[in-house]
Design a binder for this molecule. Structure first.
Ligand SMILES: [Zn+2]
Ligand SMILES: [Zn+2]
Length: 396
């Protein structure tokens, strides 16, 4: 038995449009999709952005032919919250069953989400049509103020301030309360009050943090988004335990989001920056956060001594001597007398020991840059290291 635990997994955290920029690698580029597993095993999906594809791949890989039943909550119909639907493999498998919840949009009329789904698979937008989507699907229309239970988990929906409308959700499980409030701009008193009611005493409060406070007050006013500072104010006022900054701007690099997170933590230490692959376990209202280890990939065993300084969980600074046992290397720059072909692969043996104690790291790399004669007739060669797990894959 694992006890009474709710699990949350972030599969997409980027707002507006997916990003693939290298400078956004750590937080990730998939648009919103959050998976909640209630303590009784009930599956809840929050939004169907491109992160939904990752969840679908995970479920079909892990569970094979077993059937999946899930409750899917869509906050609103902007592209970034629905775009993953056609790419979610479990929707196509007959043994699966999905219950969708969203609001009737005045632009789409009754059965809004059903229309969205059908339109996404209509010709000529997608190569296969709805007849191949074999899962059972049921659509429920909800609105702000609705409250209902799914196998003992209580869900409350409230309107947020966003162009063409958006619902925020408060989900109360027996292990703790999670609030999902993305795509919201503060400033409309009754909608601000909605958000306060949703957030009240939440264990995990996921809030829109797309803009900087300066942008929110100027160039981004009226765009329907919020900032880390608004999140911090609410987190304090509503006595939430953990604040998660979510819906990162597609133009915010990792450094920019790092800056928001750092600023927020000065004011509210229990703040987290949502990343693709981040997860948490919630037990008795206490959340334990975890970042996806796979993200660290490309690790190589080494043995270096190092002096490490940093910040402990209680906020105190520390410095200590340590042994580095693994390194995560993404790439490098070398001078070679040859000029290797772009996108060809090289083996690199790095000597990192001492004459008394020789040591090496073996790396496989793909050439991404070659500058002939960069240094004393040698070429400057840029490489990206290839993960061990990729080496087992065929190249074609
Ligand atoms: Zn959005
Ligand atoms: Zn939106």
């Amino acid at each position: 038995m694992h006890g009474n635990i709710a699990k949350l997994a972030f599969h997409g955290v980027r707002g507006s449009i997916p990003t693939l920029d290298r400078g956004m690698w750590r937080y990730g580029g998939n648009t919103p999709c959050v998976e909640l597993t209630a303590p009784d095993g009930t599956h809840i999906i929050l939004d169907c952005g491109t992160g939904l594809r990752m969840l679908g791949n995970q479920w079909t890989r892990n569970d094979g032919d077993s059937s999946i039943k899930a409750h899917v909550f869509v906050t609103h119909y902007h592209w970034d919250h629905i775009q993953g639907i056609p790419f979610f493999r479990p929707f196509y498998l007959p043994q699966n069953e999905f219950h969708f919840y969203s609001f009737p949009s005045k632009y789409l009329g009754r059965d809004s989400l059903r229309h969205v789904l059908e339109a996404q698979l209509a010709r000529p937008y997608f190569p296969v049509d709805l007849t191949l989507m074999h899962s059972a699907r049921e659509f429920a229309e909800i609105t702000g103020g609705d409250q209902f239970e799914i196998h003992g988990t209580k869900v409350t929906a409230r309107w947020l301030n966003h162009p063409q409308g958006c619902l925020g959700y408060r989900i109360e499980t027996s292990a703790g309360t999670i609030v999902y409030a993305t795509d919201n701009e503060p400033g409309v008193p009754e909608l601000d009050e909605n958000l306060r009611q949703l957030a009240d005493g939440a264990d995990v409060f996921i809030n829109d943090a797309q803009c900087s406070p300066e942008q929110l007050a100027s160039t981004r006013k009226g765009w329907g988004h919020s900032s880390w500072l608004e999140g911090v104010k609410l987190a304090r006022e509503c006595r939430v335990k953990n604040l998660v900054l979510f819906h990162h701007d597609p133009d915010s690099t990792d450094r920019v989001v790092d800056g928001y997170l750092h600023a927020a933590r000065q004011e509210f230490p229990n703040t987290w920056g949502a990343t693709d692959g981040m997860g948490l376990q919630l037990r008795d209202g206490v959340a334990e956060f975890k970042l996806r280890e796979g993200r660290l990939g490309q690790r190589r065993a080494v043995r270096f001594s190092a002096t490490v300084s940093g910040q402990a969980r209680d906020g105190a600074r520390f410095e200590e001597f340590a042994t580095v046992k693994e390194l995560n290397l993404r790439g490098g720059y070398l001078w070679l007398s040859h000029c290797p072909q772009l996108q060809s692969q090289m083996n690199i043996r790095v000597d990192c020991g001492t004459p008394e104690k020789p040591n090496t790291i073996m790396l496989r790399a793909s050439v991404v840059h070659c500058d002939p004669g960069a240094e004393k007739e040698r070429s400057g060669v840029g490489v990206i290291f290839i993960d061990d797990s990729e080496l087992s894959l065929p190249l074609d």
